[in-house]
Design a protein around this ligand. Structure first.
Ligand code: FES
Ligand code: FES
Length: 189
């Protein structure tokens, strides 16, 4: 079926199978590789993207559910050659170790800060509990999120114009549309 949507600011029109998952559409049709497939079972958050400014796990969203909406991946965050404030904070605070979980962590953070621009540490840990880091580098990740929030730059909001309209994230971390999200206490550990 013919699908029209916006990906990272670009209008697209693609013929897709109704069963095609959003993460596979982004990777295989759009050629965007930031959203990774880590588990395929809505557990790890490696596939997190923004859908109209709200973080979702794209391994559990059908591409057709994104029809007419704006999808933002980590590739679409930087503007005019400058890192998005959340990306800059992750870099500054050493909130990343690998390229597998980090794009999802960053996108979940943008969604989290759009909902709650001044989270406490506990709220950050709870908000990102749906995103797993296998090397358990959570302390620096949490520090990076708090640093991005403290910077107070409105561009940290998913509604800044870079990432689509603001709005609450769907539950904790980035649960898939229509699910209650994974239960993981890893970030809170
Ligand atoms: S691939 Fe793990 S939550 Fe989507
Ligand atoms: S930094 Fe990516 S899995 Fe730990």
């Amino acid at each position: 079926m013919l699908l029209k949507l916006n990906v990272n600011g670009q209008q697209r029109s693609d013929d897709v199978e109704p069963r095609l998952l959003l993460v596979h559409y982004l990777r295989e049709v759009c050629g965007l590789r930031a959203a990774n497939v880590g588990c395929d079972t809505t557990s790890c958050g490696a596939c997190t993207v923004l859908l109209d400014g709200k973080s979702v796990k794209s391994c559990t969203v059908l591409t057709v559910q994104a029809a007419g909406q704006q999808v933002t991946t980590a590739e679409g965050l930087a503007a005019d050659g400058e890192l998005h404030p959340v990306q800059a904070a992750f870099r500054r605070e050493h909130g990343l170790q690998c390229g597998f979980c980090t794009p999802g962590m960053v996108m979940a953070t943008v969604g989290l800060l759009a909902e709650n621009p001044e989270p406490t540490e506990d709220q950050v840990r709870e908000g990102l509990e749906g995103n797993l880091c296998r090397c358990t580098g959570y302390h620096n990740i949490v520090r990076a999120v708090l640093a991005a929030a403290a910077a107070g730059d409105p561009a940290t909001s998913a509604g800044s114009g870079r990432s689509g309209p603001s709005g609450p994230v769907r539950g904790r971390g980035a649960p898939a549309v229509g699910t209650s999200g994974p239960a993981s206490d890893a970030v809170g550990a």
